[in-house]
Design a protein around this ligand. Structure first.
Ligand code: SAH
Ligand code: SF4
Ligand code: F3S
Length: 475
């Protein structure tokens, strides 16, 4: 999609199949999950695979002959729903072919489009067997059984985040040495452009105890890096451990505790809201060595007038102030952000103010989006919608500036030596791929047995979106 950023360090909006491990591979039932949207959906897809594993579903990487296909959808972009319908159309062709051969494909629609438009989907697309909202994944096995009986309720989109987390199994099969861990869901901020408060519901923080349990389990299975997830993760305020009197913990307290788990060498968190960047979290950046020097702190606009219309509840000045404090605590921190251009009422001067803010901060990367109307949100009815060509032009200028800053940030690493966590095979034979503390991809010539380990690497070059380096000590 042309309106999406091409300048991110790591693509945020994703579109990929989720792989999960088979229990024994013998039961014969196959599962294909297609994931769209944010990291929250990536995490949810993994957890769906987890709840389905005991039922004998093993993953496949194509939908063609899968017994169960799950589309885990995202509602944040324009035409999200139409894309889901056209994907359902493609799947229906496979479903019909399978039926001719006496086999059955169950089609499930999950995620944020399911939450927002579940009933409409059930009405318009009879090929769909069931719809499941983000808070109801733990009910998937039951829903599948019901759909198999071809009767009763096909729709499950009720909001009970705590019930969902209680019901999900704690044992997970991680996909590699870096894993997501969901600690917070939903959002009460109601930015005027955003659908998340409607699709994910009210803000909810998981209690500390099950998070620790999940983190320990991941560490035991070789996970070295954990990314704590939440739509507003730094607003985290979960019930503390039963042993410590159960008072509420902040994200900083949670991070400090997770850092003590043997095997967990790196901790990250995403996404944060500028208003929730508390002093204790900023301090943790200076003190906890496991907390990686990377902060994604979306600002959206550099104009106070637009920020107000967006209902962001922070100003340009308060944002810059927070950034200054973070940099004081951790001078080498990599900063990332999200921007929206062409928000209703945005003038050329407002846009220039955004460019000015970008110049003032100096980002390691950022995601920038052209404003798109989301039905039902206050901004979609605001006066002063910006012409598409104007927004396109602004987006291009902003992305060029961000790309320039990203390249400068990457180039500054040439000649430095630092730890890299190897996460998988590289693009070329004999290459392995890793991640720097600042979330840059690093390509290195090295043996595959280093995957899962942290090794010292000297940076020798840069590519458009990544670094190249050489191992300092081959083990
Ligand atoms: N909770 C996070 C962001 C969630 S949505 C936060 O507050 O930062 C991810 C990003 O998508 C947002 O930061 C915003 O930049 C973009 N976005 C959301 N709704 C949008 C819309 N209607 N048009 C364009 N971009 C949008
Ligand atoms: Fe959406 Fe704003 Fe909540 Fe982020 S803080 S999820 S942009 S409403
Ligand atoms: Fe999309 Fe839902 Fe995430 S709308 S960005 S998948 S919270």
């Amino acid at each position: 999609m042309h309106e999406e950023a091409a300048t991110s360090l790591q693509s945020q909006q994703i579109d990929r199949p989720t792989s999960a491990r088979a229990p024994d591979g013998k039961t014969g039932k196959t599962l294909f999950i297609q994931t769209y949207g944010c990291q929250m959906n990536v995490y949810d897809s993994e957890r769906m695979a987890d709840v389905l594993r005991p039922l004998g579903y093993s993953p496949v990487d194509k939908p063609d002959n899968a017994n169960l296909v799950v589309l885990n959808t995202c509602h944040i972009r324009e035409k999200a729903t139409e894309k889901v319908y056209s994907e359902i159309g493609r799947l229906k062709a496979h479903k019909d072919l399978m039926a001719q051969n006496g086999a059955k494909m169950t089609i499930a629609i999950a995620g944020c489009v399911a939450q927002a438009e579940g009933e409409e989907i059930m009405r318009r697309a009879p090929a769909v067997d069931l719809v499941v909202g983000p808070q109801a994944y733990h009910k998937l096995p039951e829903l599948i059984a019901r759909a198999a009986r071809a009767s009763g309720e096909r729709l499950e989109t009720s909001f009970e985040a705590d019930e969902k987390f209680d019901a999900l199994p704690t044992l997970r099969a991680p996909d590699g040495p870096s894993a997501f861990l969901s600690v917070q869901e939903g959002c009460d901020k109601f930015c005027t452009f955003c659908v998340v408060p409607y699709t994910r519901g009210a803000e909810y923080s998981r209690p500390v105890d099950p998070i620790i349990l999940e983190a320990r389990g991941l560490a035991q299975q070789g996970v070295r890096e954990i990314t704590l997830l939440g739509q507003n993760v730094n607003a985290y305020h979960g019930q503390g451990p039963t042993l410590s009197g159960s008072e509420t913990w902040s994200l900083a307290q949670l991070v400090r505790h997770l850092a003590k788990i043997g095997g967990i060498e790196r901790i990250r968190y995403t996404t944060s809201h500028p208003c929730d960047m508390s002093d204790d979290l900023i301090e943790a950046h200076g003190e906890v060595k496991e907390l990686m020097p990377y902060l994604h702190l979306p600002v959206q606009s550099g104009s106070n007038k637009i920020l107000k219309a967006m209902n962001r509840k922070h100003s340009v000045e308060s944002y810059l102030d927070t950034i200054a404090k973070v940099r004081q605590a951790r001078p080498d921190i990599a900063l990332a952000s999200d921007f929206i251009v062409g928000f209703p009422g945005e003038t050329e001067q407002d846009f220039e103010d955004t460019m000015e803010l970008v110049r003032a901060v100096g980002y390691a990367g950022a995601y920038s989006f052209k404003y798109s109307k989301r039905p039902g949100t206050p901004a979609s009815e605001m006066y002063g919608q910006v012409a598409s060509e104007v927004a396109d032009d602004r987006l291009q200028r902003l992305q060029a500036l961000i790309l320039e800053q990203q390249r400068a940030f990457n180039a500054a690493k040439i000649g430095e030596t630092f730890d890299v966590l190897f996460t998988g095979k590289g693009r070329n034979e004999g290459q392995i791929l890793g991640r720097s503390p600042w979330l840059q991809s690093v390509h290195v010539a090295g043996p595959e047995h280093l995957i899962g380990q942290i090794q010292s690497v000297r940076i020798i070059g840069t590519m458009p979106n990544s670094l190249t380096g050489e191992l300092v000590t081959a083990s």
